[in-house]
Design a binder for this molecule. Sequence first.
Ligand code: UDP
Length: 316
Amino acid sequence: MTKRKKVVVITGGAGFLGSHLCDRFIKDGFTVLCIDNLITGNIKNIEHLIKNKNFEFLNHDISNKIYITGPVDYVLHFASPASPIDYLNYPIPTLKVGSLGTHNTLGLAKYKKAVYLIASTSEVYGDPQVHPQKEDYWGHVNPIGPRGVYDEAKRFAEAITMAYRRYHHMDSKIVRIFNTYGPRMRINDGRVVPNFVYQALHNKPLTIYGDGKQTRSFCYYTDLIEGIVRLIMSKYSGPVNIGNPDEFTILEFAQLFTKLSGTKSKIVYKKLPVDDPKIRRPDISLAKKLLKWQPKVKLEKGLKQTISWFEENYSK
Ligand code: UDP
């Protein structure tokens, strides 16, 4: 008798990270059901998988219930607008997919006795008053500000995941994802990496919001995917921070970008978005200890690869 392949459901599977997860699970010999409503995801990210007999795509908004026939072994809930301008453009879908979408995917995982993983975020720490951010920090979030739609949806998602774990004894995991970049980001998603690439390609000035002294710590997608796979396959439940602790001010980041891209674009300063966190850096001691994971790709290398990918894949 041949052993059946394990089945993974990935919501947001046509997005930046979701599509890389689809690739990874296909490569590792799983059957993948990718669910996405394509509001911020892109079918192009998965078109190379469409003919694969172990891959299926379902165009569905996971904020609405779903019934799946057959076994499911793992559920990864990655569906959500994830960049500040996306969640400002889609505030209600963001709240719904973080709350109703998490409820629906937890329900699916419970029914199928699947292992569950929720994609949470460093945004649960808000504009942090503790630095670097450790998993036991409760955060500093403005619930009624424009970013609150994402931050609070993800905080709710963590709370309901914990409730299902405690009440239904589900095997569930929470990963807190810090700033990640790489191929398949949308050129117009408004985040700093695609913005700078777009601006450089169009000889427009690089926009720095505020004075550029705010910090971020950028993780290359390959490192992030490895961390997530290690977490879901482990016996640990989290929350676990996955991110790269190398911290840069946005001005330093712009200078590095200028050097690597060779752009002649100058820097212009624009207004800082409301509630934009001033500092952010993951404490990854837990991931190191439990998952034996730490990022390998330095910003310089990852950024070069990302710039090349955009140059090859984005036609003006
Ligand atoms: N940022 C910037 N210029 C841009 C886009 C973003 O200076 O064109 C800043 C933004 O204000 C934030 C940081 O870069 O402080 C990272 O922003 P991003 O949207 O990439 O991610 P966030 O960490 O805010 O979710």
